[in-house]
Design a protein around this ligand. Structure first.
Ligand code: ADE
Ligand code: ZN
Length: 322
């Protein structure tokens, strides 16, 4: 119908997508075969059946296992090209893509193999795409610092750094020094906060890490003072509706707080997080939220506008997108 057509066709930016989370089971099997990697699953169907998550950690275990088939630069290229083609079909005009180098370097895959493959696909893409390097928060800050040093020869290939993986027990302040160093290098800063973690993690991401966007941030509603601050500062939240249901942050889409966040004047955006694992690319995230919640055409336009507003592109190019 009319609203669905608007959601599908409206130009949008995607600001929260983990490229390793775009690896579809079919491509996992193809790459496993190509690289002679043994998988713990006998078929595409068996792998898909394992995608029954109870929380963030149960997902991460399978997500890191899936990434084990990525060995050669071409593997990273093929994964990224597939995502970009899919995003283009959803009328994404600009994507800011997370990648997790430590997931690969820990398996002996060189940093340059991963970033060169991902970056080359972005260059060849039918839309604008930039990269954000994420540190795995379940690892130490020293390992994050070593990764940042390792990335310096490739400084021109990514625009910022982020923080992902297991949130609870790994607060933002654990990474104060590495974010300080990234800031000194002129990198843009984001962090996952308030997905499973408390509002205090959102506050320390802002105050200690000095991030410019909050990834997820849905638990901000538990703190009225924080909501007021996020609205005043127009701090963008990259919300991922299907992810939040699959990882049981909310029971059902009808209880998602997206509408409440919008009503509080927050700079909310809609994103896919790990589309191959959570049942849909960005348009499916819009559809699922709009089907279950009292959201109309004005909310749709607001969300698309927010996505470009919150993007790390200069104001001139931003106007061209709008
Ligand atoms: N890595 C990939 N997806 C993630 C998520 N939703 N939260 C934390 N780390 C992630
Ligand atoms: Zn994420």
């Amino acid at each position: 119908e009319r609203l669905r057509k608007l959601l599908r066709n409206m130009p949008k930016a995607e600001l929260h997508i983990h490229i390793e989370g775009s690896l579809e089971p079919e491509l996992i099997f193809e790459l496993a075969q190509r690289n002679g990697v043994d998988l713990a699953y006998s078929s595409v169907e068996a792998l898909r059946e394992a995608y029954a998550f109870t929380d963030l950690q149960s997902f991460l275990d399978i997500y890191y296992a899936g990434a084990s088939v990525l060995l050669k630069e071409q593997d990273f290229y093929d994964m990224t090209a597939a995502y970009l083609a899919r995003a283009h079909a959803d009328n994404v005009r600009h994507a800011e893509i997370f990648f997790d180098p430590q997931t690969h370097t820990a398996r002996g895959v060189p940093f340059e193999t991963a970033i060169n493959g991902i970056w080359r696909a972005c260059q060849d893409a039918p839309l604008s795409a930039s990269l954000i390097m994420c540190f795995l928060r379940h690892l130490s800050e020293d390992e994050a610092l070593a990764t940042l040093e390792e990335s310096l020869p490739f400084r021109d290939k990514f625009i910022g750094v982020g923080l992902d993986s297991s949130e609870v027990g790994h607060p933002p302040e654990k990474f104060a020094r590495v974010f300080e160093r990234a800031r000194a290098l002129g990198l843009r800063l984001v962090a996952h906060a308030g997905e499973e973690g408390p509002p205090a993690y959102i506050e320390s991401a802002l105050d200690v890490l000095k991030v410019e966007r909050i990834d997820h941030g849905v638990r901000s509603l538990e703190s009225p003072a924080l909501v007021e601050r996020l609205a005043r500062e127009q701090m963008a939240l990259t919300v991922c509706p299907l992810s939040n249901i699959k990882l049981r942050v909310f029971d059902v889409m009808g209880s998602h707080n997206l509408r409440t966040l919008l009503d509080a004047n927050l700079a909310v955006t809609v994103n896919s997080d790990d589309p191959a694992y959570f049942g849909g690319y960005v348009n499916e995230n819009y559809f699922a939220a709009f089907d279950a919640l009292p959201l109309d055409e004005s909310h749709a336009r607001q969300l698309a506008r927010n996505s470009f507003q919150a993007a790390f592109v200069d104001p001139e190019r931003k106007r061209a997108f709008l």
